[in-house]
Design a protein around this ligand. Structure first.
Ligand SMILES: Nc1ncnc2c1ncn2[C@@H]1O[C@H](COP(=O)(O)OP(=O)(O)OP(=O)(O)O)[C@@H](O)[C@H]1O
Ligand SMILES: [Mg+2]
Length: 635
């Protein structure tokens, strides 16, 4: 193996990246590309940082990353030429059909043709796997939902000068793991590209090439965010975004599975994918149950679990097995830090040889990103040396997180932020076990899975399909039949794609107009049981936020009543009915809903037309949606 190159001159970097020399010098001067000057005064650029910034490989020759025998098949090659034709694409296919591999080929091909392509993904690990950056990091997307009325908002989405330059110059935007990209993220991307490129076409005229499998993990939203988003979007999937009303894209399916080659295992995975498992499949899975399997602490074998508290427990147990002396790093908190838990433990205990994951992006030197995995090599007083899985060492110092508060400027309809607290800590966590959500896109030879408490569509499928062989899977617990679930909306979407790859979505899929927002109320789990067993025929909903009150109520001839918009919500009840608590969709008949408007201290009764749809969101609380028939008078 040739020795890795550590530094390159600016002209070499310009040549390898295909970017103008001046641009490289500007990046150096603004500090985005770390460098030093040699005795002749020439800039020497850090190769790690160049690789991370431009998403290119300088030190890894082709042969190392992609063995020679990998040749693109006919469909994969077809996608390459579709991309050349310039149209936007959604490349889909089952897990392991080579979507991410093809993505990398496409990027190389575009680079050869001097086209600037940016690769993004919704999670850090997926971004790392595809050789790109996270959407949030690159486009500075806010953590809160982006709502269509927060139109152009340069204050919030202020890109750095260099990212702005890339955004203005880019020709193609490639997104991997699109199934996890929430519709509002894509709308925000569309807005940012249109704004910075000063081009009103969808995505500012950039060609969009998306990769993903909708039967894998779906987008996530906190319960309150989901309620807000559902006022605008029919579903949280990427295809429901407003931007797609104007953007035509074609769908291409990759058919051949490469990750696995055992016909029985492939059959099992296909059945799990569409939630059509048979007894035989369940038997095969049952045979893989090994509750007492304990891997060696120095093994690279990954443990996949559904919940963070499970992965935490597992990691603690593995950590205890290491003989090395632990060192504790204390986090420093200033101001207030409320609500969610701290991004890293306040007393982070580490040992040499511990398996770790980075918890944030290295915005300065770009040597790691949220989700990068590695092993602890050295523990220093205020820093930790980690050998990343790609073999490179990186010294990790303390990083600072800000607790932001948000408020909406009513006049400009913009969301503004201000910091209320700070937290400084080494951005690492133990990682022998990671969540199934974080594993999407990866390939393993051996994997331990605990998926008994799965809660999301596609979660079991993602976990099982990571492994090359059935033998490589050790199930720490049996997978209950009811946990193998597929989203009916995905099936519906897939049925809207014709044989030429054109998508014709029915009207019900179109984003909801603001005034016609569906009435959705969030219900705590305790209430759900009552609803489920039909005890509750009436439901009183109290609306005490003036902003929401205007959505629900209006005055007509001095009489308070419910907005007309709710009366015209279209019915689309295709979901299964079930009395089981774990079933995500249920329908029930109610007679009446009473709204209490605390601003006016009045009640309004409304009859409910038809059935009520109840659905569980990813955080485990429940919302329900219904259509209002006759509205009574306020009392
Ligand atoms: N044409 C090909 N020939 C040989 N191997 C291939 C080919 N395409 C992909 N592979 C291999 O198949 C495996 C899975 O590929 P990849 O991760 O790109 O699949 P994917 O469709 O992105 O999966 P996921 O949906 O899980 O993200 C990889 O090991 C890859 O090298
Ligand atoms: Mg992939």
């Amino acid at each position: 193996m040739p020795q890795p190159i550590k530094y390159l001159n600016a002209p070499d970097v310009a040549q390898r990246t295909g970017r103008p020399y001046n641009e490289i010098i500007n990046l150096v001067k603004t500090g985005l590309l770390p460098s030093h000057r040699n005795r002749r005064g020439h800039y020497r650029l850090n190769v790690d940082a160049v690789e991370a910034y431009f998403g290119i490989q300088i030190n890894k020759p082709e042969e190392v990353k992609r063995p020679k025998e990998i040749k693109l098949d006919k469909t994969q090659k077809g996608v390459l030429s579709e991309v050349k034709s310039g149209g936007s694409l959604f490349v889909t296919g089952k897990a392991g059909t080579g979507k991410t591999l093809l993505l990398k080929h496409i990027k190389e091909d575009l680079e050869k043709r001097k086209k600037l392509a940016v690769v993004l993904a919704p999670t850090g690990i997926a971004a790392e796997n595809a050789g790109g950056m996270t959407m949030h990091n690159f486009l500075r997307l806010p953590l809160k939902p982006y709502l269509p009325e927060h139109k152009t908002n340069p204050g919030l989405y202020r890109l750095t000068e260099n990212v702005e330059r890339i955004v203005t110059a880019m020709d193609v935007l490639i997104i991997d793991e699109i199934s996890m990209v929430r519709c509002d993220m894509l709308d925000a991307t569309d807005m940012i590209l249109r704004h910075y490129r000063k081009n009103r076409k969808p995505f500012g005229g950039v060609q969009l090439v998306m990769f993903g499998d909708l039967y894998q993990l779906c987008p996530i939203a906190k319960s309150d965010e989901e309620v807000t988003l559902r006022n605008y979007y029919k579903s949280l999937y990427f295809f429901s975004c407003y931007a797609f009303k104007k953007l035509k894209y074609k769908v291409v399916r990759l058919k051949k599975i490469y990750r696995q080659d055992e016909p029985d295992f492939i059959k099992l995975l296909n059945h799990v994918r569409e939630a059509e498992t048979e007894l035989r499949d369940l038997d095969m899975l049952q045979k893989r149950v090994e509750p007492d399997y304990v891997p060696d602490v120095k093994d690279k074998v990954v443990t996949l679990m559904t919940h963070n508290n499970q992965t935490d427990d597992w990691n603690e147990r593995m950590f205890a097995q290491l003989d090395e002396t632990p060192r504790t790093y204390d986090g420093i908190k200033t101001g207030s830090w409320y609500g969610e838990r701290l991004p890293v433990k306040p007393h982070l205990k580490l040992k040499v040889n511990a398996r770790v994951m980075f918890l944030r992006n290295d915005n300065e030197k770009r040597q790691y990103q949220n989700g990068t995995l590695g092993w602890v090599k050295k523990l220093r007083a205020d820093s930790v040396v980690v050998t990343k899985d790609n073999g490179k060492d990186v010294e990790v110092e303390r990083a600072t997180w800000e607790q932001l508060d948000y408020y909406v400027d009513e006049k400009t309809k913009t969301i503004l932020t201000y910091p209320v607290g700070k937290y400084t800590q080494i951005p690492l966590k133990l990682a022998w076990a990671v969540s199934i959500h974080k594993s999407q896109g990866l390939t393993f030879d051996e994997v331990l899975i605990d998926a008994a408490k799965s809660f999301a569509f596609g979660q079991v499928y993602v976990a099982l399909s990571r492994c090359r062989t059935l033998k490589g899977i050790h199930l720490l617990s049996p997978i209950p039949y009811q946990k193998i679930i597929a989203d009916p909306i995905v099936k519906q979407y897939e049925s809207c794609i014709d044989k030429d790859g054109n998508v014709k979505l029915p009207k019900e899929f179109e984003p909801i107009k603001y005034e016609k927002a569906a009435l959705e109320l969030n219900v705590r789990s305790a209430r759900f049981w009552k609803i489920c067993y039909g005890e509750m025929k009436n439901y009183v909903h109290s609306i005490d936020n003036p902003q929401y009150a205007a959505l629900f109520f209006k005055y007509e001839r001095n009489k308070l009543c419910v907005q007309d918009a709710f009366k015209s919500i279209k019915k689309d009840w295709n979901y299964m009915d079930s009395y089981e608590g774990h079933c995500p969709f249920v329908q029930r008949v109610y007679r009446k809903v009473t709204f209490y408007c605390s601003i006016d201290d009045l009640y309004v009764d409304a009859e409910i037309d038809g059935t009520t749809e109840i659905f569980m969101n990813s955080q485990g609380s429940w919302s329900f949606r219904f259509r209002i028939g006759k509205v009574g008078r306020a009392h």
